[in-house]
Design a protein around this ligand. Sequence first.
Ligand code: FMN
Length: 328
Amino acid sequence: MKTRLTEMLGIKYPIICGGMMRLAYPPLCAAISNAGGLGNLTSAMYKDKAELKAAIQEVRELTDKPFIVNVTLLPGIVHGPEQYRDYFETCAEEKVPAMEIGGTPLNRYEDGKFFKKLKDAGVKLFHKVGAVKHGKHVAAAGYDGIIAAGVEEGGHPLNENVATTVLTPRMVEEVDIPVITTGGMVNGRSLAAALCLGAEGILMATRFINTHECKVHDKIYQEMINRQENDTVLYGNTIGLQGRALVNDSIRKVMEVEARGGGLDEILPLISGQYGDQIWLEGKVDTGLIPVGQSIGLIHDIVSCKELLDRIVTEAEDVLSENKARFE
Ligand SMILES: Cc1cc2nc3c(=O)[nH]c(=O)nc-3n(C[C@H](O)[C@H](O)[C@H](O)COP(=O)(O)O)c2cc1C
């Protein structure tokens, strides 16, 4: 399967893993890249230059294939400008193959100095956006690709709430650089649909949780299989940072506080990532926010990254040829 994405990065399959705080560590990243996709290393888990450098080296010991580093330029994700500087400098020095930026466009951050540095180092830059106007901005700035994130996605969908099925073709109408679609992408049907909508590939996150190489507690794997597409909710609009999370006791509490007009001070402790390890490693599914997408409804098993990616591409090819046959 060849697309502008596979050609640009020299990867086998047009499938990227999205940033996943507390999950996208080197072993998962390398397993996805070894399976033919583009594994993700999420920078916010590393406190400084030395830690991120060591993580990049670990990925490189586990794979000789390309991978992508996520940096989310949002207030509260990392400790401050020094840490961001460390991330960008490290990625430029290490000449990482690609970066997934979220939040503030990198060309606007510190007068675009890191944007230029990374481009000069040959790093392919992708920005994750939820609106066409933002896509047009990053395309004009010289990014290499756009990740169009529909409202179905886990993490922080933009509050314009445009669905993947509309956002992707709208983005493709407006920009010339490759568009990667995300939000609800999970199997071969998703990949086939994304290609039909004009995308050059898909980005998934929630689906990668149920792989053997994503080391989570067995209760999490089971929860991912048991919960359905209507089991997530949007929260955070009252504080200007929308998110999507699995329905559980913690998110019910957040919704209750938001409904009665509780402020940032009351909400922030409830949505902070402090419970991450209890959730993922101890399987406490009612403690803290679990930032998954509606794609959870289409997760039915636990497989290796290789089985997953081979299966998605084979299914996509089958779906596309079955549908072609309908017109013959
Ligand atoms: C557990 C989890 C953690 C995430 N953490 C981040 C993150 O740190 N940075 C980021 O840009 N996106 C993050 N996201 C969002 C994903 O990268 C991606 O945009 C989104 O989940 C895609 O939708 P999907 O989950 O339906 O595939 C996270 C998603 C999940 C499921």
